[in-house]
Design a protein around this ligand. Sequence first.
Ligand code: ZN
Length: 338
Amino acid sequence: MSWGMIGLSSVTDVFSDMLKANRVPHGLLLCGPEGSGRASLALSLAQALNCHSPEPDFSPCRKCGPCVRISQELFPDVMTLEPKGRGDVIPIDDVRKLIDVLNYSPVEGRYKVAIIKKADRFRQEGGGALLKTLEEPVENTVLIMTAQSESGVMDTLVSRCVRLRVPTLTRKQIIEALHEKGLDQMTSRLLAGLSDGALGAALSVDPAYAMELWSALDGILGQHGTKNALKSALDWVRSFVDAIEKNKTKTESDRDKSDFVLDCLRLWWRDVFVLAATKDAGRMAGPPPTPSQRRWADQIAADDVARIEALNAGLQDGLSRAMRLELLFVNYWLNVLK
Ligand SMILES: [Zn+2]
């Protein structure tokens, strides 16, 4: 066993060096896109700091008491703090509680570790409170913060941390990783295309749902110019909206579902535009071209590209403003298929 994280050795090598030299900084900031592995890296480091029998490269064994309990969030010396919902900030009271706990020595482990996810969601007050902990750290405490990018985190916090960038993976690396997990070539290519180089993002998607949605959208777009096109589109909208409304409460995952449709549409069109411009299917980011994508690529005019990009942008805007889904999607299809 080693750190076992595909494509992230630029970060885990640094972890190994820090642990080997017994010089783990008090503050660490891991930046990378959603799903790139920031949280797994933070957790692995917390395990490594408290592991009873680390591997030769200083990665955690993942089998000893502390390793297991840390992964189950049951270890008293490792705490995680994160904003509750989308768009929420980290509450100041939670930050104060965390700081209190950090002021005491570890109870069971060698290190007290605080993991703060989405450190770009601090208000001034919360960040300021934390600053003191970084300026006057208690021995054997490590604060690991994660964020999408440094620019969203308070400057004063950033400057007191060792910063590590979590790299995105190449499309090929992601396809291989998904393949190893038993997904077929077609699904792997679809999820890789949708993942923006973040393996965690690819793994968080239900593969069967993704393929089903992809085929449904492809089916509608493939009927462009026929009498049935609009009917198929409206049928799809109805069943999509029904499925969401059955859930009644407007939860985060409903919105995620709509965002996912947009992501699929964007990928589908991106590949059509690439195919039209290059005639090279090898340059496509998603699955191999479908007959509908080929037909669109053969016929699409420059005006259409601009028009469709604008429609996709309009859909994104509508979703972000929580406009009525039915209206948004019906409007989208009416315009795309006209
Ligand atoms: Zn262990």
